[in-house]
Design a protein around this ligand. Structure first.
Ligand code: C2O
Ligand code: CU
Ligand code: CU
Length: 519
């Protein structure tokens, strides 16, 4: 079966699709143009291929955040915020345009010195955090370093991370949720020695978000107490900045770098074909070996790289990426007692659709071994038998960590840590809501999960086959009643570093603290 032009037209128009992969920007002004060029050549849907220079040069960028407009839902124009960037010195391939309102993708290499001058062109304070990067305190983009409108913040750091999938977003206190929701987020990819994986046009970034879009096209945010309290969940799924994304793929293997860039929604992802999902990397680190799972749980801020061979499908076939919200809409999460006890409805919606082209197909092999195994564990920790406890609770309409909330650069006793050590921490879920907990600095390893209270064990059982606890993570889901034990390597950078819930409304409400690294 071949994909005829008329079918392509139906696919695109029927779904209200806009092409939204890196390098194919669809703005209000040229959506007609990109639609017709997509129709006359299916390859128009391929992203701009990243061609980095062989020689790694240091990089100087200017980056700004500003008000802009984008077409998120077909036919409507939305006011958004957007990052823009320009290479001042170094490889011009170091930035590639982001789709829709998303910021440019920043391409870095291990060992590279990176200088970024961030200019705040918003009417509100802001600062940029490089999520997952191991950098000194003053390079981390923390709330305390927020700059006022019209001001700049100058970054200068050396890339000290594995090749992989990272992202950047604002981090001003109490305003992160709104700024990310309005559009401030971008991918940050570190390129370097990796096993033989699909690259170039077969390496796609997919940013999963949700938005509530009014009839006037405007983005609606936090309308009531419940949104603020539970976390904001938008009614429309948006992938790479557009609703109903349809993208053409060739019948070949692909690497899909999936970022959950949503404010609150933790998704359970499946494929409409019913085929299992093959994960190769999480949170910027290749897994030691691929994991094949029936569905994938991905929390806000988590990244999972998938490997998928579209040569298993026929030309013209539509493969939908389905996303079910794991947030318990039944209301019992907000009721008395331990939440999450009800059944999750897990009604999937289409996050985006792949359409297989009629190009000649070629099969590919997934390398048997991918990343390094995690080389530290409990035995390497300074407190192997006495984990520090970080108890997550919800009361008086707020979320707390050890009965504390945001206090700026101030740390309690358990938050004092020593550079270069490994600590065992327990995140203890005593809140009726699930919380994806993120730790700045080095990634941690998940040692295990146990139950302090099993009343939410049934809802957990509905999604637990999609949880990836192997490899190294920077964000981990803590289900109600659960105790999640992690081994946290403390980097050598001294000072205050954040850990917080990555439900942005919880973070903004104060479910964010600093740990203090001393020598
Ligand atoms: Cu993605 Cu402290 O953040
Ligand atoms: Cu972070
Ligand atoms: Cu939370």
């Amino acid at each position: 079966m071949t994909l005829h032009r008329r079918e392509a037209l139906e696919l695109l128009l029927g779904a209200g699709a806009l092409v939204a992969l890196g390098g194919c920007r669809s703005d209000a002004s040229d959506s007609a143009g990109s639609l017709s060029s997509a129709l006359s050549s299916p390859e128009a849907t391929a992203p701009e291929v990243v061609s980095l220079e062989a020689e790694v040069r240091d990089l100087k960028l200017s980056l700004w955040a500003e008000a802009s407009v984008a077409t998120i839902a077909a036919g409507l124009t939305s006011d958004v915020y957007s990052f823009g960037a320009k290479v001042i010195e170094g490889d011009p391939g170091s930035i590639t345009p982001g789709p829709s309102y998303l910021g440019p993708t920043i391409h870095l290499r291990p060992g590279q010195r990176v200088q970024i001058s961030f200019e705040n062109r918003l009417e509100d304070e802001s600062i940029v955090h490089w999520h997952g990067l191991v950098v000194p305190q003053d390079q981390d983009g923390q709330p305390a370093d927020s700059v006022d409108p019209g001001e700049t913040y100058d970054y200068d750091f050396v890339v000290d991370n594995d090749p992989g999938t990272y992202w950047y977003h604002p981090h001003p206190h109490a305003k992160t949720g709104e700024q990310v929701y309005r559009g401030l987020a971008g991918m940050l990819l570190i390129h370097g020695d990796e096993p033989d994986l699909p690259s170039g046009a077969n390496d796609l970034s997919l940013v999963l978000q949700d938005r509530t879009i009014g009839a006037d096209g405007q983005l609606q945010y936090v309308g009531n107490m419940r949104d603020q309290m539970a976390g904001f969940v938008g009614s429309t799924l948006v992938t790479n900045g557009v609703a109903d994304l349809v993208t053409m793929v060739n019948p070949e293997p692909y690497r899909l770098r999936i970022l959950n860039g949503a404010n609150s929604r933790t998704s359970y992802l499946t494929l409409s074909t019913g085929d299992p999902i093959t994960a190769i990397a999480v949170d910027g680190h290749l897994l030691p070996e691929a994991r094949t799972i029936p569905g994938l749980v991905i929390t806000p801020a988590q990244r999972t790289d998938l490997w998928i061979d579209f040569s298993n499908y026929e030309a013209g076939q539509r493969i939908e990426l389905l996303s079910a919200n794991t947030f318990n809409e039944a209301g019992n999460m907000m009721g008395g007692g331990m939440g999450g006890g009800g059944e999750l409805s897990l009604d999937p919606q289409t996050a985006m659709t792949f359409v297989v082209s009629d190009a000649p197909s070629s099969k590919g092999e997934l390398p048997a071994s991918l990343g390094r195994p995690v080389d530290f564990g409990l035995d390497d920790a300074i407190n192997p038998t006495e984990p520090k406890e970080f108890v997550l609770t919800t009361r008086r309409g707020s979320h707390w960590i050890n009965d504390l909330q945001w206090e700026g650069r101030k740390s309690s006793e358990p938050e004092q840590v020593k550079a270069g050590t490994i600590e065992v921490w327990d995140f203890v879920g005593q809140s009726p809501l699930a919380h994806p907990m993120h730790v700045h600095g080095k990634s941690f390893s998940v040692i295990g999960r146990t139950w302090d209270d099993e009343s939410a064990a049934d809802s957990w059982a509905q999604i637990s086959d999609g949880i990836i606890d192997d490899g190294l993570r920077d964000t981990v889901l803590v289900w109600p009643g659960q105790r999640v034990r992690i081994a946290v390597p403390i980097a050598d950078h001294l000072g205050y570093f954040l850990y917080h819930c990555h439900i942005l409304e919880h973070e903004d409400d104060g479910m964010m603290r600093n740990f203090n690294v001393s020598a």
